[in-house]
Design a binder for this molecule. Sequence first.
Ligand SMILES: [Zn+2]
Length: 249
Amino acid sequence: MAAGAVVGGAGTAGAQVLEHHNGDALSGHAVGADRPLGLSATTIAWRWPTTEPVVALTIDDGPSRAYTSRVLDILEHKDVVATFFQIGRHVRAFPELSRRVAQRHEIGNHTWSHPSMALGRPLPVTRQLRRTAQAIAHATGKVPTLYRPPYGYFSGATAMVAAGLNYSIVLWDVKFDVTDSASSNIARISGQVRPGSIILGHDGGTLNNEVVVQALPGLIDKIRAQGMRFVTVTQLLATATASTGPSHL
Ligand SMILES: [Zn+2]
């Protein structure tokens, strides 16, 4: 599997417009039909093929009263930077938490209401991204440039819209398992991370993320002991890659 990929300009000029079925667009049709003029390429990263010993910790679905401040306290104590993919309506509910996150960390766009984008059509996707970006900018003064589709599902139209709005699409290659113990998470994740890994945890949403808070300090120490340092996703994507560069699909 390609660790990072640059996907070329989507669609074929003059592609046939397909009919919708039961209200759902076929995920691919809009890629050609509604492609913005000038759209060429976007980055989709599961892991970045960096030559540097860096990893990116990403924290999704917040901000929340239950976890965000506790995660921030740990990251501050450990002097670690992370990237928080926040849900727009949670940012609206807790703008002061987003502001605190933005003081040291990066915030990415995780949609307004966390729908699956597996069959995302251009207009609803655009609304989800724009509304969230406005909420983040209103709370923090910063405009997000990273987009993580909920559950990691996204249609071709979703990728097209994200590219048109100049987002990089950020997925992950390693994640916390909240059904497992903190010690098991530390052992498994530290065994799976490689340079360029993007680790997924949560500080909000419907899951019980207590284990993320419990595992984080030990996990940070262990990954550092393996010679790697933590960077934001934007910093990760700016690191040097192997001479062949990312895979081209
Ligand atoms: Zn999520």
